[in-house]
Design a protein around this ligand. Structure first.
Ligand code: ADP
Ligand code: MG
Length: 238
């Protein structure tokens, strides 16, 4: 579960083609990073996968089923944003439980999933605190916990660490990588930060003005950048 295939997916806003028709396969369990300069279409591509934007043309398949016109909530994907809007008056436990309450998940199953998510995110000791009593990194983990309990087939992250200071970013980077190791769930991660891309990805998709310049592992991109743009962006020796 968690294979995402884009076939000739195109996105226009009015007359402006932000994503020219592109093909991309994200394999089950893979940590894929979309990297590229600001405005190159990373968020748009992620939002197309999430269903938060309609495709202008093309097909999106999730686990071999056509998901092109499936509403976001029915795609089985979890989107983690850079701003993590937690409910300030609710405890961590209640924040994490909230989506399950909405989905009418049975009470004992809720408890099981909260305990599992808290263990995976090192939040077990913080379940009874309010968001205001947590650090930025802990709040980000609660936001991720809220998506874990929905047991998605893939996580979609849009620059989740951009609100954090430099030291915290390093820690959270490691934590998200660790989470991927534990869950082995597909993760698609958008960033404009080369270091994040090179250290976290199984596979990097380098975007430039909506085009895919190159797809490959960090080592492939480092040793065999296809052009100057990729080399410059990845920091390869020329
Ligand atoms: P990135 O996430 O890589 O910074 P975006 O996907 O946000 O880039 O934006 C790609 C391009 O699409 C930009 O030129 C942006 O201005 C444009 N764009 C994004 N969303 C909209 C929208 N809702 N309407 C019109 N143009 C948009
Ligand atoms: Mg963006």
């Amino acid at each position: 579960m968690g294979r995402i295939v884009l076939e000739k997916v195109q996105k226009k806003f009015g007359d402006v083609e932000v994503i020219p028709p592109l093909d991309l396969t994200i394999e089950d369990g893979e940590f894929t990073v979309f990297v590229g300069p600001s405005g190159c279409g990373k968020s748009t591509l992620l939002r197309l996968i999430a269903g938060l934007e309609d495709t202008t043309d093309g097909i999106i398949k999730i686990d071999d089923a056509d998901a092109t016109h499936v509403p976001p909530a029915k795609r089985g994907l979890a989107m983690v944003f850079q701003s993590y809007a937690l409910y300030p008056h609710m405890s961590v436990r209640k924040n994490i439980a909230f989506p399950m309450k909405m989905a009418k998940v049975p009470e004992d199953e809720q408890v099981r999933r909260i305990d599992a998510a808290a263990a995976a995110l090192n939040l077990t000791d913080y379940l009874d605190r309010k968001p205001g009593q947590l650090s930025g990194g802990q709040r980000q983990r609660v936001a991720i916990g809220r998506s874990i309990v929905r047991e998605p087939s893939a996580f979609l992250f849009d620059e989740p660490l951009s609100n954090l200071d430099a030291a915290l970013r390093v820690g959270m980077r490691l934590e998200i990588s660790e989470l991927h190791e534990r869950l082995k769930t597909t993760m698609v991660y958008v960033t404009h930060d080369q270091v994040e891309a090179m250290t976290m990805a199984d596979k990097i998709v380098v975007l430039r003005a909506g085009f895919i310049e190159q797809v490959g592992s960090p080592l492939e991109l480092y040793h065999k950048p296809r052009n100057e743009f990729v080399a410059g962006f990845i920091g390869s020796p020329k």
